[in-house]
Every structure is written in C-alpha cells, then in structure tokens.
Ligand binder design. Structure first.
Ligand SMILES: Nc1ncnc2c1ncn2[C@@H]1O[C@H](COP(=O)(O)OP(=O)(O)OP(=O)(O)O)[C@@H](O)[C@H]1O
Ligand SMILES: [Mg+2]
Length: 422
C-alpha cells in the first residue's frame, strides 16, 4: 500500500502538469518506489513523454480485466543504464480515445481509486486532467491540495488553481452538512440544515457578494449558533488545510510574484478563506529543452547516455541533490511555523491577505537568492526534497497528498474522527 498518493492538478490546461508529474515522479523514484498514474484518460500525454511503449495500460485494466499493478511499465536498462530509476513505474492511459475511459462513470472511478490505494509503491503520483469535474475531484485529498501547478504565463490558470482549493473544501463542507450527516443528529442541530446549506450556496456562488468567502460564512454561523463546537471544527479545518504549489515556466521573481502568486493568493483569500496555510514548493524554470524533451519522449531528468558506453561517467552532478543529501531534513529550515491557535475570532482582518502575500514573497526571494543558479534538473530535485520533507514523520499524514483515496461516504467518518482526534 502506498505511503502517500500525490495528485498533481492545475484546474486549467497546458500549464505543465504532465511535464511536472513525469519529472517529479522520476526524481522521487530515486528515493523510493514510485508509480506515476496517468489519469488524464481522455487526452493522455504521459506515454508520449516517456521513452518506453507500455505493453498494458488502463485499457487492459478496464476492458481486459487486467490487475492495475500488471499495467505498470518500467524503464529498463536501455533507458536507465545506471538503474537510477529502477524504482520508477508508470501506468499509461490508452493511446486512443476510448469513451468509457475518457468519460469514466462514478463506478469506474471508484474501482480505479480502490486499485490505486493498493498499488505496490511507496509513492503514487497522479497526473490529473485539466478542469474541475468529478474526474479530478474524486482523486484529490480532503486535507490538502496535493501539488498545484500554475505559471506566470497564464494568470487565469492561477485562479483555476485556487478554485481547486475551494472545490476541495466545499466538497468536505457539503458532506459534513449534507443530508443524513450525523452532524444534524446532534442536539438542536436539525433545524439548522436549511440555514447552513443556504449559507453555503451563497458562499459558493461567486456572483452573490453577500457572503464572499468561508470566513464570512463562519461569522454568520457564529451569529446564528453562538459558541458551538462545530464552529471550531470548521475553522480548524480551514486552518489545518494545506495548499502546496509549484510555479512552472518560472521567469523571474517579479513576474512570478505579480502574475502568479498575487492573483492566486487574492482569489483564495477573497473567495475561499484567508486562514489557509500556503506552501510554495519551488519552481521549474522555463527552458526550451523541457519542451524538446517532452516532444522527443525523453524526460529532462533522465540521463541520455546510451548503455553501450563502456566507462560510464556518474550521473550528471546535481548540486541540490548533493547539498541536500548531506543535510538532515530538520536542518533545511523547511519546517512549518507553529500552528496558530484555532480559537481566535472568526472575523477576517483585512491585513491577512497582505500577510499571506508578504509571506509568499519572502519565500520566493529567499529561495531565489539560494537557488537562482539552479538549472532544470536541480529545480526538480529541490521540489522533491521539499515534498519528502513534508511527507516525513515530522508532519502528519494529512500534510501533503493522502494515504488513501476515500469515497464521499467515507469522508464523513474520516472528517468527524479527525475532529475528535484534535
Ligand atoms: N518549464 C517549461 N519550459 C518550457 N516548456 C514547458 C515547460 N513546462 C511545460 N512546457 C511545455 O508546455 C506545454 C504544456 O505542458 P504539459 O503538457 O505538461 O501541460 P499540462 O498542464 O499537462 O497540459 P494538459 O492540461 O493539456 O494536460 C508542453 O508543450 C510542454 O512541453
Ligand atoms: Mg497533461
């Protein structure tokens, strides 16, 4: 069973999800067994980015009753002469359009999620499709965003990325406050069913400005319910929610900040909440070689040497790998700050957006002064180390990715048990 399933999503298309997912999974596999699953089942491109032609793919899983783990393709010595990526495998989508895979029904999504939860790997990386329908949402965690990818080149895509965060949180709240939820079996709660759901409708509707975000929703709930444990449960859910993102096609600190970070943070705070915890995992520079390597089906982070070379030089020197391998994760300065208390007032201060933005800018600057010499390979190594750090035991299993893809029916148990554990 995977230690962690890490979905890569973006909301909008063409920002580099697949590029990131492929290279990230390859570098991650240098540390532990990693399987990349192509869940962009309509317009698959993972197989085009990798040099091996799969013998079995999701077609065989769907139509030929193959086990999902039998659809894993590995690189083999021809493309991995030093065995550096011997722990890497991928599950490709079908090469042709197959309707029931391109537009899978809920039953198939559930079967697939069930099998993904059982894949024989430490890490499973999911390359999700663009958009924000059930094909994406069903594969996202409940407690965090997975890894969001966006780019300064498409400011609109940053809004789409923040919409993913909103969708995840609303999915949880809709289940928590949905029909049949045990929440309404609590004393005196049943009568609030309509009230709470109407408030949620208003928050979700961006054209309705009366309740712009979940922070205002909380204030209004507090007015209605007074001090109630559910308020703390919700504000705790918001404050413990983790948003992780990567800037792709990074082209400098100013543009990255102005054209990607600001619109992302502003949309999050205006339309979702200013209580979320954001982590920038790093960036991937814009580099024509990335595009070329995608086109030729040979990822940047793979070593292009042929296996016939007699004396094999070692893997190209990667200063980040080298530096980071010498360091314990605890001295990387990547630990998150102490959690804020959850019982602070629910009213949102105007300055919170500014605080969040300022925090993101400082991270960007600090990373830039440290890492500006890095080339593409090191960009990926750095992000992998950040991710490994966040998935290490010093953080809980809800920090980045998920240990299990859970069905909506299971969410309520999971959600309530999480609240009682706190
Ligand atoms: N850092 C980069 N530098 C240069 N080109 C890049 C970079 N990242 C991605 N590209 C190019 O941008 C295009 C989109 O990338 P990719 O297919 O990875 O995006 P995607 O988000 O997976 O798209 P889709 O939504 O269609 O699945 C590709 O042509 C790719 O080669
Ligand atoms: Mg893609």
């Amino acid at each position: 069973m995977p230690r962690r399933i890490i979905p890569i999503s973006s909301g909008k298309g063409g920002v580099g999800k697949t590029t990131f997912a492929v290279n990230f999974a390859l570098v991650l596999s240098r540390h532990a067994k990693t399987i990349l699953v192509d869940l962009d089942t309509g317009t698959s491109s993972v197989r085009g980015c990798l040099p091996v032609e799969p013998l079995k793919d999701l077609y065989h899983f769907k139509r030929k009753s193959a086990r999902l783990e039998d659809c894993i393709t590995t690189l083999g010595p021809e493309f991995d002469p030093d065995g550096l990526h011997s722990k890497f495998g991928f599950i490709a989508s079908p090469k042709n359009f197959i309707n029931e895979l391109a537009n899978p029904d809920a039953k198939f999504r559930r079967e697939l999620a069930y099998e993904i939860n059982r894949l024989p790997a430490d890490y499973v990386v999911l390359d999700l499709r663009a958009g924000l329908d059930a094909n994406v949402l069903d594969f996202l965690p409940y407690s965090n965003s997975g890894i969001l990818v966006f780019t300064p080149h498409h400011p609109a895509a940053t809004i789409a990325a923040s919409e993913i965060v909103k969708a995840i949180l609303f999915r949880s709240l809709r289940i928590l406050f949905g029909k049949g939820s045990t929440f309404f079996s609590l004393p005196r709660m049943e009568r609030y069913y309509t009230f709470i759901n109407e408030l949620l409708d208003q928050v979700e509707d961006v054209y309705d400005e009366s309740i712009p975000n979940l922070d205002t929703f909380l204030s209004q709930l507090r007015e209605a319910l007074g001090e109630h444990p559910i308020l703390h449960a919700i504000s705790d859910t918001l404050e413990s929610f983790r948003v992780h993102y990567v800037l792709n096609m990074f082209n400098g600190i100013d543009q990255g900040y102005e054209q990607a970070v600001i619109p992302f943070v502003k949309n999050l705070t205006d339309n979702v909440s200013s209580r979320l915890h954001l982590t920038q995992l790093g960036w991937v520079v814009e580099d024509p070689r990335i595009h070329e390597s995608n086109r030729s089906g040979f990822p940047m982070v793979l070593d292009r040497r042929t296996p016939t070379t007699k004396v094999r030089p070692s893997q190209p020197f990667d200063p980040v790998m080298d530096e980071l391998e010498k360091l314990e994760s605890s001295v990387l300065g990547l630990r998150r700050p102490e959690r804020r208390r959850t019982d602070r007032p629910v009213a949102v201060k105007k300055t919170e957006t500014m605080d969040l933005l300022e925090g993101q800018l400082q991270t960007l600057k600090a990373m830039y002064s440290d890492r500006k010499q890095d080339a593409v390979r090191e960009n990926f190594s750095y992000i992998v180390y950040r991710a490994l750090n966040l998935m290490s035991s010093s953080y809980g299993p809800n920090e980045l990715g998920t240990t299990q893809l859970a069905s909506p029916e299971r969410l309520l148990d999971w959600y309530l048990s999480r609240q009682t554990q706190r």
